[in-house]
Design a protein around this ligand. Structure first.
Ligand SMILES: Cc1cc2nc3c(=O)[nH]c(=O)nc-3n(C[C@H](O)[C@H](O)[C@H](O)COP(=O)(O)OP(=O)(O)OC[C@H]3O[C@@H](n4cnc5c(N)ncnc54)[C@H](O)[C@@H]3O)c2cc1C
Length: 444
């Protein structure tokens, strides 16, 4: 595996303080290490939302499917994210999407974003997954006056593009509805909800296994070879032979698995802190009592929500280096931002802190489709930090694409555009500091 961050990013260090881990029972016995010779119709690399959603949909179609993960199911971003099941997936603006793909494709993409949220809601319902859901849509909070004016204009844009009525809030209205803070305005879009991502992934795993999928943890794929019969995936203790292949490794991808991936994805860190349960007096002191999931309008955004057990989750874009020292620095920075935004909680402990990799593409849109130089292989990645819903959706699309049948859900043009390579090849991580600096300047 050739990866572009230091080894620390791919180990257990960054996720050691993850709050979600203690909220689910250990299910590793259901995902034994792959050993010996295993055969299947379809092999999937990666047991996150994308891989497990693909596995579930394939198994429900009666396809013999095997999933392999280097660690355990949900070990990647899927088991350690902020739990915003929300619109999004691309970084490109509406104007850019309309320019590149046309107005109809923009409409199709906006529809898919909503369908992705609906898919997760349906999966929770159909498989009896209790995932501590809350929030009626999502609220965007303006961090300066310019953003407040833009949010006011967004009411019409949201109606035109998503067909839903968004509500604009003045600072007084925000305060009255329990969302007090240094915010100049707010906009609530009534689509999406929050969940415990680890409970969702554990439920997806159970559903996929019950439908007949096989999932192997601690089984890193070390090599992919192709011959006339299909693919052979070599792991530490065995090999999987499958006629078709899905690569669902997103921010934890490798340059060589398969080589087509090289340079086409850019992992970037995101960080989360979680407080101890807050008392009612503490919530009242900050003026934040709402269960709405919220994020601010910065490019280097903060995202936060009050969870059902009164713990407060606060996340932000992470650092540029991966090491225990860098992790400590970025955790301290997240803590400073938390205290600046919610000074009433200056003395509230944040016993949980962790980080993980989101994934960008150079054309700022997610990719879902065939791997061009590897007949029978497909990939889905680059959800730009919004993969709870869109990763699940991509998995459902991949399940149909790999079977060569029409997709059960609309397959947006926006996701079909091949992901071009970033400049600088294996050293493309060096693009991030300049990108962050520019994003930070634009936030002023
Ligand atoms: C801190 C953080 C907060 C986030 N918050 C949100 C949020 O609130 N809302 C939202 O929508 N999105 C959020 N995201 C993004 C979201 O979590 C991801 O987009 C989504 O989980 C991607 O799912 P995936 O299945 O494609 O990839 P992942 O969940 O990253 O899974 C990839 C898997 O591939 C495995 N793998 C890699 N290489 C190999 C190999 N060679 N062999 C075997 N297995 C391999 C890895 O072990 C990993 O488990 C956040 C991400 C982070 C890191």
């Amino acid at each position: 595996m050739t990866r572009i961050f230091p080894a620390y990013a791919y180990g257990d260090g960054p996720v050691a303080g993850c709050y979600w881990a203690g909220t689910v029972p250990d299910d590793s016995a259901t995902t034994p290490v792959a050993s010996g010779r295993i055969t299947a119709d379809v092999a999937i690399i990666g047991a996150g939302f994308t891989g497990l959603s693909a596995a579930l949909h394939l198994a429900q179609d009666g396809v013999d499917v095997v999933v392999l993960d280097s660690m355990h199911a949900g070990w990647g971003a899927s088991g350690r994210n902020g739990g915003f099941c929300c619109l999004g997936g691309a970084k490109a603006s509406s104007a850019e999407l309309a320019d590149r793909f046309g107005q109809d494709a923009l409409t199709g993409w906006r529809r898919a974003e909503q369908d992705a949220v609906a898919l997760v809601a349906r999966l929770l319902q159909d498989h009896g997954i209790a995932a501590d859901t809350h929030s009626q849509g999502e609220t965007i909070l303006a961090h300066n006056d310019r953003s407040a004016r833009e949010l006011a204009q967004d009411v019409a844009r949201v109606k035109a593009e998503y067909g839903v009525d968004a509500a604009w809030h003045s600072p007084d209205e925000l305060k009255d509805t329990g969302m007090a803070g240094p915010f100049k305005a707010g906009l609530t879009i009534p689509v999406g909800f929050a969940l415990n991502p680890r409970k969702y992934i554990a439920g997806l795993l159970r559903a996929a296994l019950a439908a007949g999928a096989r999932v192997h943890g601690h089984s890193p794929v070390l090599r992919i070879t192709q011959d006339s019969g299909g693919f052979t995936l070599a792991t530490d203790l065995g090999s999987v032979h499958a006629r078709r292949l899905i690569v669902a490794t997103n921010g934890y991808s490798s340059e060589d698995l398969p080589p087509w991936m090289a340079g086409r994805y850019l992992p970037a860190q995101s960080n989360v802190l979680v407080t101890r349960p807050l008392t009612q007096a503490e919530l009242d002191a900050a003026g934040w009592t709402s269960r709405q999931m919220a994020y601010d309008t910065r490019n280097l955004l903060h995202y936060f929500r009050l969870m059902p057990d009164n713990r407060f989750l606060f996340g932000m874009r992470g650092g540029l280096l991966a090491s225990p020292q860098a992790e400590a620095v970025i955790t301290a920075r997240a803590r400073r931002h938390f205290e600046a935004m919610f000074p009433a909680w200056r003395d509230v402990e944040t016993p949980h802190g962790w980080s993980g990799m989101v994934c960008f593409s150079s054309n700022r849109t997610p990719y879902c489709g065939p791997i061009p130089d590897l007949a029978g292989a497909f990939a889905g990645f680059a959800f730009h930090g919004n993969g709870v819903a869109m990763g699940s959706y991509t998995g459902a699309l991949l399940a149909d694409l790999v079977q060569g049948k029409p997709t059960r859900l609309p397959y947006p043009d926006v996701m079909r555009a091949n992901a071009p390579r970033f400049p600088l090849g294996r050293f493309r991580r060096a693009l991030l500091p300049a990108g962050y600096a520019l994003a930070g300047l634009a936030d002023l």
